[in-house]
Design a protein. Structure first.
Length: 119
């Protein structure tokens, strides 16, 4: 994938939800997630996935050394067999069932509630 395509994907993912708060990038939470359209949710996850793949490619031969010090291997390995639409549905279900946790970051839920249990 060309670098321009990767950068465009990241921009689209960051623009999928309200991304700036006081000039700072905002961490996307369940509140943002549940207020987003299906297309916005998919764009966010597509951007995360591309960023993870880019990190893996940049690590090259050192990828295995990232284990234990980075979320990248956990997310890639834990979610690699899960289709994008299933991840959307699982996140929707998590935030619906756990409405009191809508302040939790989506990336945290992906990591702790979805990727880790799949390893």
């Amino acid at each position: 994938m060309k670098l321009n395509t990767i950068l465009l994907t990241i921009v689209l993912a960051l623009s999928a939800t309200p991304a700036l708060a006081d000039g700072q990038l905002e961490i996307v939470t369940g509140k943002n997630w549940m207020g987003s359209s299906l297309e916005e949710k998919r764009a966010y996850l597509f951007g995360i996935g591309n960023l993870l793949q880019l990190e893996r490619a940049m690590a090259g031969d050192d990828y295995q050394s990232m284990r234990g010090s980075s979320i990248v291997p956990v997310l890639l390995d834990g979610l690699s067999e899960v289709p994008l639409n299933d991840i959307v549905m699982q996140l929707d279900e998590f935030y619906t069932v756990n409405a009191d946790q809508n302040g939790r970051a989506v990336i945290e839920v992906l990591y702790l509630e979805m990727a880790l249990p799949n390893l």
